[in-house]
Design a protein around this ligand. Structure first.
Ligand SMILES: [Mn+2]
Length: 327
């Protein structure tokens, strides 16, 4: 752990205007952490602007404050101290103009580069939203329903509904307090998880139909490209979270989702269960993330990319089997 909620709170109290940002292609933790903190700073009478590189995913668009999020490539025209949430390095924002005299970095990703003028990094947090919750307490701001809604979005999505990552007593204590604000967490969960398009449902079927299995069904590989998206009537937003589906099979302990980004260029999302360190696979190609969720970009033909991934994941699976004393 680097830094603390108290240290960050002292820095934030001294400023009056803020630009908050998070990573490109924002997920629930990026959106929830940014907006929860934005509402808390506003409660202290401060001016805030949330700037993201890409639109908020559709299932979260009706949540409070999302309509005021600025989508832009640059934040030069937005005044104030910068607060960067949920980014291992500043470049993950894909936004220029965020380097400021006061730049706060709050994150839980292993390998955070500590690029802020103030850094608070804690990889024991199940979501960046857990750190934001502590920070809001340190700022002395009462949790409103809007704040609690965004904290729940962050925590629920980053843990896959409390199934993975370092879910702890802290996680559930925060959720107890979220429920106490009057947020209807089951209605919110239906909004978050059951509001997909029919294109998404069709795409799920097509991708699973073409799924390949390797290493005695322990490793599943999914693939999509623009042609498959359009054939299913789906858009890129519809692919969020699909990488987790094969983990629903008892035998599957690791998944790669290969997304074609251009000729011979593929974005890889990786997931794993338990002690399978999938981040070590992403790191082979300069990627990053967490032990059970990581990503990287690989160049080459699809068949070569698939083959190298199968080999790399095989080594990780064997290492875990060896450590467990089985073959
Ligand atoms: Mn996160």
């Amino acid at each position: 752990v680097t830094g603390s909620a108290a240290e960050v709170a002292a820095v934030l109290r001294a400023e009056s205007t803020f630009v908050l940002s998070s990573h490109a292609r924002p997920d629930g933790d990026a959106v929830g952490s940014s907006l929860a903190l934005s509402f808390a700073l506003q409660a202290l009478g401060k001016r805030t602007t949330v700037v993201l590189h890409d639109p908020v995913p559709k299932p979260y668009q009706h949540l409070p404050g999302v309509g005021e999020v600025v989508i832009a490539d640059g934040a030069e025209s937005v005044p104030g101290a910068a607060v960067i949430l949920e980014c291992g390095e500043l470049s993950r924002t894909e936004i220029t103009g965020l380097t400021r005299p006061t730049m706060v970095n709050i994150d839980h990703h292993t390998g955070n580069r500590l690029y802020g003028t103030v850094n608070w990094f804690d990889e024991s947090a199940a979501a960046c939203g857990e750190l934001v919750a502590e920070l809001i307490d340190a700022l002395g701001v009462k949790w409103t329903r809007a704040i609690a809604t965004h904290l729940y979005l962050a925590i629920s999505t980053d843990t896959g509904s409390f199934r993975f990552g370092p879910v702890s007593a802290r996680t559930f204590d925060l959720c107890r307090r979220i429920a106490e604000t009057g947020v209807d967490t089951s209605a919110l969960s239906r909004d978050i998880y059951d509001s997909f398009s029919i294109g998404r449902v069709r795409l799920t079927g097509a991708m699973l139909d073409a799924m390949t299995l390797h290493h005695e069904d322990r490793f599943a590989v999914l693939f999509f490209d623009d042609a498959l998206l359009s054939r299913c009537g789906a858009v890129i937003d519809d692919t969020e979270g699909l990488v987790n589906i094969p983990l629903g099979a008892r035998d599957v302990v690791a998944v790669a989702l290969i997304k074609q980004q251009g000729p011979d260029r593929y974005r890889i999302s990786l997931r794993s269960k338990g002690q399978i360190d999938i981040r070590s696979v992403a790191a082979l190609w300069g990627g990053g993330g967490h032990m059970n969720a990581a990503g990287c970009t690989i160049e080459g033909s699809l068949e070569v990319v698939r083959h190298t991934l199968v080999t790399a994941v095989g080594s990780v699976l064997n290492a875990v089997s060896d450590a467990a004393g089985v073959n």
